[in-house]
Design a protein around this ligand. Structure first.
Ligand code: BES
Ligand code: ZN
Ligand code: ZN
Length: 482
């Protein structure tokens, strides 16, 4: 799909189809007579009223409902545009013009992301992969920042699609070693420094928690460290940390088989962190960013770690393993400690599909946001608003008592009935974190179980946009309509 910005008048642009965004209650003026007539007819018949999420097409014009103008923010345009994709497909349009002329300039960026997100399918293993017709997208916008918004949309979207693609790889392909190879390949293209610690190096350095999780699998763990030095030498590091369980069977505390296949997505946090790193150079981010992602496979076997085991960790703290299915926090404990002791970052954020409890609390609506530094949390909340990757704040500190160990320093589960499981998991991480740490539990957001009009089934790439928005020094600020 090729994208270009054009500053011509929308209705004069030549295209097979047009995307016409409309607010609720917007007067039907300034439109060609035929379109105006179609629109008021659709309104009369209550087929299209401009409500958020509505899509209605008449004669190759696709009306997109954006809701009330005062409630609209630019990130909503991502899903709105994505939702039009299936209509464009049905129409067989090879080219489409999108009217961004009356919307905030960031909508150029979100239109690109929405259409590319909607077009993506994971079909690497399919013999027949029919090609979609849409080849050319013309974004009509006169704003002087439109070309840079387009560039940004393409760079962010590249990162999201890379993340979805690598995360969609199944457990038999995407072993920890495979993931480390993908990270290396990506690092070469994205001008990043990369180091991979294999099981020998991990043993030598004392990554006991990460190694314990992986010890039941024939595919040993890997730790990937990526550096991007976009700031000045004096600038401190910002650290991104990711949970990369390439398959989570639960280990000896084995999971029910029902949805176990979905646990190939238990590497989503790591994939999102890697994906965000892949775009830093293209986006010219002015910061020094280090990423540490821990990959392991959690399997039951004669060599697995067991419930009741007391293990050590890189930090020296001992951990009582009450449930081998609470493995994410163990690999993160070592990754968090490593990045702190090696880089002394000013801020740390980790992304993880950490708890089923977070899905129960926040569904597929929000990721859980936890942390110990109000300023950093506020920055991430602002990044969430700017990027559309939705987060909701949940408490941590009040739950620290619940993860105190009986026979070791800490234990890896909280309340025996699983009460506040997302918060007790975060409280565990906090024991290994520094003073400015945030944790994003993306368990409910990382994959789709059924196709949505704007996103196919599988990995969503959640978190990439959030991290990039948090790292960008000068994101295009205004998200309100002109
Ligand atoms: N990877 C899972 C969390 C998960 C579950 C993510 C379902 C997405 C959907 C994690 O490793 C896990 O199994 N957590 C346990 C913790 C419990 C044993 C304390 C959980 O959430 O049940
Ligand atoms: Zn688990
Ligand atoms: Zn897990």
């Amino acid at each position: 799909m090729d994208f270009k910005v054009q500053s011509a008048s929308f209705w004069s642009v030549h295209a097979d189809a047009r995307i016409v965004p409309r607010f609720e209650g917007q007067p039907d003026s300034g439109l060609p007579a035929k379109i105006q007539h179609a629109l008021s007819d659709a309104k009369k018949r209550k087929l299209f009223e401009g409500k958020a999420g509505q899509v209605h097409d008449v004669d190759h014009a696709v009306f997109l409902g954006l809701g009330k103008k005062d409630d609209f923010a630019a990130p909503q345009f991502l899903r709105a545009c994505g939702s039009s994709y299936s209509v464009l497909k049905r129409l067989g349009a090879k080219s489409v013009a999108v009217d961004v002329s009356h919307l905030p300039v960031e909508c150029v960026d979100f239109a690109v992301q929405g259409l590319r997100d909607a077009a993506y399918r994971f079909d690497a293993f399919k013999k027949e992969t029919p090609k979609d017709a849409l080849e050319k997208v013309v974004l009509v916008c006169k704003h002087p920042d439109a070309p840079s918004a387009l560039k940004r949309g393409l760079a962010v979207s590249d990162a999201v699609l890379w993340t979805r693609d690598v995360n969609n790889q199944p457990g038999n392909v995407a072993t920890p070693a495979y993931m480390a190879e993908q990270a290396k390949k990506m690092a070469r293209n994205a001008k990043l420094n990369v180091t991979v610690l294999d099981e020998k190096a991990l043993q030598k350095k004392g990554f006991h928690a990460l190694l314990s999780v992986g010890q039941g699998s024939v595919n040993p763990p890997r730790l990937v460290v990526l550096e991007y030095a976009g700031g000045s030498k004096k600038d401190p590091w910002i650290a991104l940390v990711g949970k990369g369980i390439t398959f989570d069977s639960g280990g000896i505390s084995i999971k029910p088989s029902g949805d176990m296949d979905k646990m190939k997505y238990d590497k989503s946090g790591a994939c999102a962190v890697l994906g965000a790193m892949s775009a830093l150079s293209a986006l010219n981010v002015k910061a020094n960013v280090v990423a540490v992602v821990a990959f392991a496979e959690n399997m039951p076997s004669g060599s697995s770690y067991r419930p009741g085991d007391i293990i050590s960790s890189l930090s020296g703290k001992t951990i009582e393993v009450l449930n081998t299915d609470a493995e994410g926090r163990l690999v993160l404990a070592d990754a968090l400690h490593y990045v702190q002791s090696e880089y002394h970052p000013k801020r740390v954020v980790d992304l993880a599909t950490l708890t089923g409890a977070c899905c129960i609390a926040l569904g597929e609506q929000f990721a859980g946001l936890f942390g110990n530094d109000e300023a950093w949390l506020k920055q991430l909340e602002a990044a969430s608003k700017q990027s559309g990757d939705a987060v909701w704040r949940l408490p941590v500190a009040e739950f620290e008592d619940q993860i105190k160990g009986e026979f070791a320093d800490v234990k890896n589960v909280g309340h025996p009935k699983g009460y506040a499981g997302a918060s007790t998991a975060a409280a565990f991480l906090k024991q290994f974190a520094s003073d400015s740490w945030a944790h994003v539990d993306i368990a409910g957001m990382a994959w789709n179980t059924s196709p949505k009009p704007y996103l196919s089934t599988g990995a969503t790439g959640f978190g990439v946009r959030l991290l990039l928005a948090a790292l960008l020094e000068n994101p295009l600020k205004s998200t309100k309509p002109n």
